[in-house]
Ligand binder design. Structure first.
Ligand SMILES: [Cu+2]
Length: 217
């Protein structure tokens, strides 16, 4: 019953069909829009009049061994403060490796360099690549950066818009026999301020799957 509801809401959320196969067809959300639409056998059932762009996704998978690279802290350019639960990036061209559902105790959370839902700090104008892997073996996860602060309701993507053009990754399927699915997106942190990275799967941000994202002037 619960999973049925979940599937139904996910289909509604995507405004069309979405299948968790090796190749997932979906729409990439463009800046300023929180709308999504599935591709594939979808019949133009777009929600609202937002501008959208369809794009084939060819999600790659990594092994448990390759997943270790997500925990590897770079020798330079990153400051990690466990006390304040903060990861600060000093460079202007950065890659942030993020693990969705990093462990059993933190199913509805993001992991960055071993921290859980840390505050991520970047510099204004930074070109940022978010690399998201889904470590979960029974749920899809996703990420978007929004200006909207918590608490979040069960349908965060209906309420919140993407803060920077491209600062969003569509739902990534759960682990399969071929490994952990990975997707990435690149955007520019154009405006200083306090933002949040959240999982836009219904209910996840409401359960705490989010963290602060600070763009310093
Ligand atoms: Cu999630």
């Amino acid at each position: 019953m619960r999973s049925y509801f979940f599937v139904v809401s996910l289909v509604l959320m995507l405004g069309g069909s979405f299948s968790f196969n090796t190749t997932v067809s979906a729409t990439n959300m463009m800046g300023g829009s929180q709308m999504m639409g599935g591709k594939g056998n979808m019949k133009g059932n777009m929600m609202g009049g937002s501008q959208m762009m369809n794009k084939m996704r060819n999600l790659s998978t990594i092994s448990i061994n390759e997943l270790k690279s997500f925990y590897k802290i770079p020798v330079a350019g990153v400051r990690i403060n466990k006390k304040t639960n903060t990861v600060k990036f000093l460079d202007s061209k950065i890659t942030i490796p993020i693990i969705a559902s990093p462990d059993e105790d933190n199913m509805y959370a993001f992991g960055v360099y071993g921290l859980v839902n840390p505050t991520i700090v970047v510099k204004e104008g930074s070109v940022i690549t978010i690399k998201l892997v889904n470590k979960d073996d029974d749920m899809p996860h996703a990420i978007m950066i929004t200006k909207t602060q918590p608490p979040y309701n069960n349908m965060p993507m209906m309420m919140n818009s993407v803060a920077f053009g491209g600062a969003v990754i569509m739902p990534i399927p759960k682990k399969s026999n071929s490994g952990y699915y990975v997707d990435s997106t690149t955007f520019t942190a154009t405006t200083p301020g306090v933002y949040y990275y959240i999982c836009q799967i219904p209910g996840h941000a409401a359960k705490g799957m989010y963290g602060k994202f600070v763009v310093l002037k």
